[in-house]
Design a protein around this ligand. Structure first.
Ligand code: NAP
Ligand code: HSE
Length: 437
């Protein structure tokens, strides 16, 4: 049979990984689909960059038309990142009758609806497994494997860079910046690493997962609460550990009676929970559904070949579908296109979590009483208080408070009052505590 012809847009961490795995495992992959994949043209931004010598036989160009307008190419793999020009290139490639495989979560989260519409009109596939959780086939699992279920929640660690940073800060006592640099060297971080550490990348991924899980349209980012890990200090990690918790950057999408909660933020997770023990670049997602109960997916969430593994799994699916009509294949967001239903997204201040608060307070009589009074005024009950002293008289002492579950709005109001107390020095650090089922 004739080979399936592929054009690559991007040859960085994931592009190179995809080419390497395709080359290395070509025989094994051919046995799975009965055809060979043939990568011919590769579009990059900077042609003068030295490319790995083993990537011979490829035609490198900075002219996207060589791929997207090339009648000899069947599938375009987009691994450039960003929304533009990626959107325009994919849109044109679809119009030119090509199937698309992409790892670009930002693009799918922000412009997926438009791309799926175009794909549907052109009877072509847009496949995006690699966009969420690197090598873990979480999209396929939720979209196809759990099709029997009414899904109630997805809770997970879905940014490898954040998890790598938090793990190394804890285990190796390294500074945030040192660990971030290492994550960049290893190819885990986004081209702009603020996307990782500010939680934006996890938010993009959660938008995609929530849509597939609940049959809702891809949500606008404004409706999602998003916090990153830049305010987490080594002290927080140590105090959390003493209290029996590990700090994790969590993505949470949960169905409650009145709607859907969608949020991304650091959380204290009990050390006994599986998620607390997911370390380094690994990702994990716990999916709860009425039939399955609870299932946990675990695996490498970023990196060259783990991500390539997901890209190639999509390629295999597309190649198989090329033998029949793609309209009979699985809908992009799992539910039939006319069956996506909007559900109310719960305002973030109406969600409830327990909280960890760390503040520096003057070492004076009555300070703690004032702090606990303010919490009480806002109907916030205290679970435990930790006050650290070296035994010598110090002017300022760290105070760590763990609250019971409380309404986000109450916590925010209490924090505003606490923050302006003369006896509280500097910023109060607050991290939510997620009670995982
Ligand atoms: P990367 O290492 O920065 O590589 C990007 C590639 O795209 C480079 O080859 C670059 O060309 C090319 N490129 C960028 N803008 C271009 C443009 N305007 N025209 C032509 N080529 C352009 O990025 P990556 O880490 O491989 O990530 C690629 C995509 O995969 C992103 O959407 C990312 O979010 C996603 N992803 C990454 C990972 C991961 O672990 N890294 C995991 C899952 C998903 P030059 O080589 O000339 O600079
Ligand atoms: N920058 C992303 C992460 C890559 O660290 O999770 C994988 O999507």
């Amino acid at each position: 049979m004739t080979p399936v012809r592929i054009g690559l847009l991007g040859f960085g961490t994931v592009g190179y990984g995809t080419w390497s795995v395709l080359t290395r495992n070509c025989d094994e992959i051919e046995r799975r689909i009965g055809r060979r994949f043939e990568v011919s043209h590769v579009v990059v931004k900077d042609l003068s960059k030295p490319r790995t010598p083993t990537a011979s036989g490829l035609h490198f160009t900075d002219n996207p038309s060589t791929v997207i307008d090339n009648p000899d190419i069947d599938i375009v793999i987009e691994l450039m990142g960003g929304t533009s020009p990626a959107y325009e290139y994919i849109d044109r490639a679809l119009a030119n009758g090509k199937h698309i495989v992409t790892a670009n979560k930002e693009l799918i989260a922000l412009r997926g609806n438009e791309l799926f519409e175009t794909a549907k009109k052109s009877d072509k596939i847009v496949a995006f497994e690699a966009s969420v959780c690197g090598g873990i086939p979480i999209i396929k699992a939720v979209r196809e494997g759990f099709a029997a279920n009414r899904i109630s929640s997805l809770v997970g660690i879905i940014n490898g860079t954040c998890n790598y940073i938090l793990s190394d800060m804890k285990d190796l006592k390294r500074s945030f910046n040192d660990v971030l640099e290492k994550a960049q060297e290893l190819g885990y971080a986004e081209a702009d690493p603020t996307f990782d550490v500010e939680g934006i990348d996890a938010m993009h991924k959660l938008v995609i997962l929530a849509s597939i899980a609940f049959g809702i349209p891809l949500q606008k980012l404004e409706s999602i609460h998003c916090e990153g890990i830049t305010t987490i200090s080594y002290d927080d990690i140590v105090y959390a550990d003493e209290l029996g918790f590990t700090i994790k950057h969590l993505a949470i999408a949960r169905r409650i009676e009145s709607g859907i909660e969608i949020r991304v933020h650091p959380s204290l997770v009990s050390k006994q929970r599986l998620l607390a023990n997911v370390n380094g670049v690994m990702n994990a997602v716990a999916v709860s559904g009425d039939a399955i109960g609870r299932a946990l997916f675990y695996g490498p969430g970023a990196g060259s070949e783990p991500t390539a593994s997901a890209v190639i799994a999509d390629l295999v699916d597309v190649a198989r579908a090329m033998n029949g009509s793609v309209n009979t294949s699985v809908p992009h967001l799992s539910f039939q296109y006319d069956q996506l239903k909007s559900l109310p997204i719960i305002p973030f201040n109406q969600t409830e979590t327990a909280n960890y608060l760390r503040m520096s307070a003057l070492n004076q009589a009555g300070v703690l009483a004032e702090v606990t009074r303010i919490l009480g005024d806002h109907e916030i009950s205290i679970e435990s208080i930790l006050q650290k002293s070296s035994g010598h008289h110090e002017e300022v002492l760290p105070v760590v408070i763990v609250t019971q579950e409380t309404l986000e709005a109450n916590m925010q109001n209490a924090l505003e009052e606490l923050q302006v107390l003369d006896t509280v020095i500097g910023e109060i650090n607050r991290i939510r505590i997620e009670a995982l089922a």
